[in-house]
Ligand binder design. Structure first.
Ligand code: CP
Length: 339
């Protein structure tokens, strides 16, 4: 079995979300369309729909997170699920309990979904291979491998701002080598038919196999940004670097930090994105991060609707026709179907 086929059920529908790789264009579009139906939920007085009432979602974060953890929790609560966060530092794993034994115990508490962030590439796949048949696993970032919901919320933000993917040139700038976000974004952008996907970085931060994914490589930032519609900046993942892969942060900023003069090479209406956390003065100037072309905080807000979409779809609730709050009742049939 190919690793990414683990996330689909026998009918080819999402049972887990582990990676963007292997998803069909229509499956990504279905998620984005479902997210669109949830976008207004946060503006309603109740801020809730009952789609996952009675379900229990467990957040298992073995690595630090602000945005992903919080928006998964908000998304689950807005779907009316019960949400637990396991504090890894005070869990019985510190007494030697294995990850799989911990999961068996959580299964015995009748949990329905594990949202997993882990430093090891493949951790979410491993968990998905071992969970009970009724449990879904969502990868919230595993090592350098994948961060599928980040890529989906980025695609959602691009679609809302720019419309047709086929007309776009997208430049991803920074630490491509260690970035699970970049890997997932590249799979999403190429699957959605983006006209040109570029990666821009020093040679030491570009993985050797990246061109086989259908992207163009640039080592000169101004050339890489020329005519771009979307500029995605990435953080230097120093925690995943071994040895000296870079000059000083100051030299890096001079060559690959996004400043006003470099952004001027992109189209005048280009949007600037960053998955966060941002390091001001390292990969992006504050003037740009807080400027009119930045959609960085919009990405964060969109993350709630996109994670609501993913959770509702993998737990088997169909996307809603006519908007997320119309016609929703406790009697929504529990069938795994997407339109
Ligand atoms: N973008 C992202 O994954 O941010 P967090 O590490 O704060 O979750």
């Amino acid at each position: 079995m190919r690793r990414h086929s683990l996330q689909l059920d026998a009918e080819g529908r999402l049972r887990h979300l582990l990676t963007i790789e292997g998803l069909k264009r229509q499956q990504i579009v279905d998620i984005l369309d479902t997210a669109e139906s949830f976008i207004g939920v946060g503006d309603h007085q109740m801020r809730k729909v009952p789609l996952l009432r009675g379900k229990t979602v467990v957040n298992l974060f073995f690595e630090a997170s602000t945005r992903t953890l919080t928006t998964f929790e908000l998304a689950a609560k807005r779907l009316s699920a019960d949400v637990l966060k396991i504090n890894i530092d005070t869990s019985a794993t510190v007494k030697g309990e294995s990850l799989l034994d911990m999961l068996r115990n959580l299964e015995a508490m009748q949990c329905d979904m594990f949202v997993v962030r882990h430093g090891d590439s493949g951790a979410a796949h491993l968990i998905a291979q071992h969970v009970a048949p009724h449990i879904s696993v969502i990868n919230a970032g595993d090592g350098r491998h994948a961060h599928p919901t980040q890529a989906l919320l980025d695609m959602f933000t691009i679609r809302r701002r720019k419309g047709d993917f086929a007309a776009l040139t997208v430049a991803i700038v920074g630490d491509i080598m260690h970035s699970r976000v970049a890997r997932s974004q590249i799979h999403a952008l190429t699957t959605l038919g983006v006209s040109e996907v570029r990666v821009v970085a020093p040679k030491t931060l570009i993985p050797s196999e990246v061109e086989s994914l259908g992207v163009h490589v640039y080592h000169d930032m101004k050339e890489g940004l020329r005519g771009a519609d979307v500029v995605i900046m990435l953080r230097l993942q120093k925690e995943r670097m071994s040895g000296a892969m870079l000059p000083s942060e100051n030299e890096y900023f001079q060559s690959f930090g996004l400043t006003k003069d470099k952004l001027a090479m992109a189209k005048p209406d280009a949007i600037v994105m960053h998955p966060g956390p941002i390091n001001r003065g390292v990969e992006i100037d504050s003037e740009i991060a807080d400027g009119p072309q930045s959609v960085i905080l919009e990405q964060v807000s969109n993350g709630i609707a996109v994670r609501m979409a993913v959770m509702s779809m993998v737990l088997g609730r169909p996307p809603i026709e006519g908007g997320a709050t119309e016609g929703v009742s406790d009697n929504v049939p529990d069938k795994r179907s997407t339109p």
